[in-house]
Design a protein around this ligand. Structure first.
Ligand code: CTP
Ligand code: MG
Length: 227
């Protein structure tokens, strides 16, 4: 099937606080967006749509074309919106007519490997369902009411969700068309439209760079091991 990946990179990065929109902050001499796209372009896909802040569209195009190499005709860059959901909708509008499967991926998950991307595509192809990569929750999770601990949640029925999340294109488009309120992620939006969602195994490398400590972790992971 023809696969498009929408890479949402239009956020401001308030929690990272690096003085620039998060996707354009350097991990090494390459940006978060560029690292993400290097991995995206190692996966099987037909189109990559990057959603960037309006004033960074040119910079995003440069990053995307460098990551694409000889496949630069696969790249589209569009301006995002003020919420992630609006940014995804903007990306979706730029997906080519013959694309059958759409993945939505956070640029902030810069180190998510190509094999994770391919695993999500394979699962969408196999099931026709929405697909979310998940990891088990490692901490004991408490229910709290202010200072008071009111209970413990059974960890075995919880998982933490990552991206890329994958969908049949027709299902994702319909779900976005009918979506009323803001949803926490694309799979919640698609589930709200009545479609089943499956999980596949996530990847620790697909953690989201949110805080300065996360950026430091990414820097450590990509730096060469000491001799
Ligand atoms: N995103 C986007 N458009 C928005 C908000 C977020 O494209 N209006 C993207 C971000 O660029 C990021 C992904 O959605 O790749 C996940 O969002 P998050 O980690 O929350 O990034 P930011 O919103 O930039 O960070 P913060 O919430 O700390 O401001
Ligand atoms: Mg945000």
């Amino acid at each position: 099937p023809r696969v498009a990946v929408i890479v949402v990179a239009a956020g401001s990065g308030t929690r990272l606080g690096a003085g620039a929109p998060k996707a354009f902050v350097g991990i090494d001499d390459h940006t978060i967006l560029r690292h993400c796209l290097d991995r995206v372009f190692a996966a099987r896909l037909a189109q990559v749509v990057v959603v960037a802040p309006e004033e960074r569209v040119g910079e995003a195009l440069t990053d995307a074309q460098e990551a694409a190499g000889a496949r630069r005709e696969l790249v589209s860059v569009v301006a995002g919106g003020s919420t992630r959901q609006q940014s995804v909708a903007a990306g979706l509008a730029a997906v080519w007519p013959d694309v059958e499967i759409v993945l939505v991926h956070d640029a902030a998950r810069a180190l998510a490997p190509a094999e994770l991307i391919d695993r999500v595509v394979d699962a969408v192809e196999r099931t026709g369902w929405g697909v979310v990569p998940v990891l088990p929750v490692v901490d004991t999770i408490k229910r709290v009411d202010g200072e008071l601990i009111t209970g413990v949640v059974d960890r075995s029925e919880l998982a933490s969700a990552q991206t890329p999340q994958g969908f049949r294109r027709d299902i994702l488009e319909t779900a976005y068309r009918v979506a009323g309120e803001e949803h926490t992620d694309d799979s919640a939006l698609v589930a709200a439209a009545g479609h089943p969602i499956a999980s596949v195994e996530g990847d620790a490398r697909a953690f989201k760079i949110t805080t300065p400590a996360d950026l430091q972790r990414a820097r450590t992971l990509i730096s060469p091991a000491p001799a």
